[in-house]
Design a protein around this ligand. Structure first.
Ligand SMILES: Cc1cc2nc3c(=O)[nH]c(=O)nc-3n(C[C@H](O)[C@H](O)[C@H](O)COP(=O)(O)OP(=O)(O)OC[C@H]3O[C@@H](n4cnc5c(N)ncnc54)[C@H](O)[C@@H]3O)c2cc1C
Length: 417
């Protein structure tokens, strides 16, 4: 029978990062189990390392912004609509910035030690403005991050044209976060997995976790389609499916749910964009292989992974508004993925009270690529009983419990709109 120190359930970017960070010292016997459920978020991702952008509601948060703007237009106040950026809480902001800062050295380490290249590109993230409402929104975002002004760069219309000649002349300028970059999401996931494999992690791929064995209040084994894996500790990194794994392991509920994102990608094109762009309609990123990725919707519709013409058209039209030349290009593919959502949009990291041998690493919603590095580091620290580099209290399971230890009902902001 196979016996491990740690069994990781889920091999998306989070499970893979945890496997890599835990295996760096090569002193633990580790297994990673992954079954390819359709909708794996890591394969669907845009690969943005948008720590400032996503923490202030840009990037993927643009759909939220658009919905808010529409509501305001429709309100019959007759006043200038009050636009509120969707600023994430400070502990998340800090964590996102710390994780982002880890990528240059992680890139070097994975390339030099393991010969894997996740294509880190220094791009910046520009919020492209088309009217005074966009400008007002951008100004509110900039004002909401007074301590991080060194990363905010205002780009005039002329500068924008010089830096990104393909952007529509209708654009009036941009606000750039110069620290936000991009990677190739498949390659990042594969890089962590391959480096973990080289460090001795045993990979059970295309294998389902079917059960968890507990002795008293302690997890003792993970049951899989390839047999039972005895363990001292299991890590739940099952993405949008994390609730099932948590219930199997602890008997308790976990408020993680799928949030669908649809994406459109063009054929491979010569270099058209120098940086990543976000607008009030969509985000646009040219990837390392030349494809231009246009994303993405934010939909709560269970585990459905279909694409529909209405949303694909809206995203495409949004991209055309910014980059008119895309009119001549072919769409190569559309897809959708299931983000692991949590009620307050923050990841869920660490133990479940009263259960030994179990740790959560889930609920990373729209920033799992960005926060995978710090999550791997934190899990390594937790497994080794060391102080964590980030206070994990804001990301604890306990935040969902009331004084009686019962789960607090909570709502998800996008759903509430
Ligand atoms: C359209 C879209 C765009 C995005 N863009 C960005 C971006 O630009 N930047 C960013 O930082 N983040 C982005 N994200 C978010 C990011 O992709 C996710 O937060 C991240 O991929 C979550 O990783 P994960 O490992 O938790 O989940 P997943 O990648 O979904 O992996 C979980 C894995 O667990 C497996 N699993 C589940 N149950 C079992 C079981 N019983 N047995 C075995 N295996 C199991 C699943 O099959 C899956 O492979 C985006 C997401 C989407 C959908």
């Amino acid at each position: 029978m196979n016996t491990y120190d740690v069994v990781i359930c889920g091999g998306g970017v989070i499970g893979a990062s945890v496997a890599y960070f835990l295996s760096r010292q090569r002193d633990l016997k580790i297994a990673l189990v992954d079954y390819k459920y359709p909708g794996n978020a890591s394969r669907a991702s845009a690969g943005g390392l948008w720590s400032m952008g996503e923490s202030t509601g840009l990037g993927c948060g643009v759909i939220l912004f658009k919905t808010l703007s529409k509501q305001m237009e429709e309100s019959a106040t007759g006043k200038t609509p009050e636009m509120k950026p969707h600023i994430m809480p400070e502990p998340f902001f800090d964590m996102a910035m710390m994780s982002n800062a880890m990528y240059p050295s992680l890139y070097k380490e994975l390339l030099e030690k393991h010969n894997v290249d996740f294509k880190l590109e220094r791009t910046g993230l520009k919020f492209v403005m088309f009217d005074q409402y966009d400008r007002l929104y951008a100004e509110q975002i900039a004002a909401a991050v007074p301590n991080r002004q060194e990363h905010v760069r205002w780009v005039t219309q002329e500068e924008l044209r010089a830096e990104e000649p393909q952007i529509s002349p209708e654009a009036i300028g941009a606000m750039e976060f110069d620290c936000d970059h991009q990677i190739n999401p498949y390659r990042l996931n594969e890089a962590y997995l391959e480096a973990a494999r080289q460090n001795g992690v045993e990979l059970y791929l295309n294998t389902k976790v079917t059960g968890v064995e507990r002795t008293g209040n302690k997890v003792t084994a993970v049951k899989t389609e390839q047999g039972q894996l005895n363990c001292k500790l299991m890590v739940n990194a099952a993405g949008a499916w994390a609730e099932t794994i948590c219930k199997l392991a602890t008997g308790y509920a976990l408020p993680v749910f799928p949030v669908k994102g649809q994406v459109v990608i063009t054929e491979k094109l010569p270099k058209m964009l120098n940086g990543c762009l976000t607008t009030s309609d969509c985000y646009i990123a040219q990837k390392d292989n030349g494809e231009i990725l246009i994303g993405s919707t934010t939909e709560e519709c269970g585990f459905d992974t279909s694409n529909n013409i209405q949303y694909i058209k809206e995203l495409s039209m949004g991209a055309l508004k910014s980059i008119p030349a895309l009119k001549e290009m072919n769409i190569k593919r559309c897809w959708s993925g299931l983000r692991p959502g949590s009620p307050d949009e923050l990841p869920i990291i660490g133990p479940v009270p009263g259960v030994k041998g179990y740790l959560n690493a889930c609920g990373h919603f729209r920033t799992g690529m960005l926060t995978s590095a710090i999550t791997g580091k934190i899990l390594d620290e937790l497994v080794r009983g060391q102080p964590t580099c980030v206070d994990i209290k804001p990301f604890s399971y306990e935040r969902f419990l009331n004084d009686e230890g019962k789960m607090i009902g909570a709502y998800h902001l996008e759903t509430a709109l």
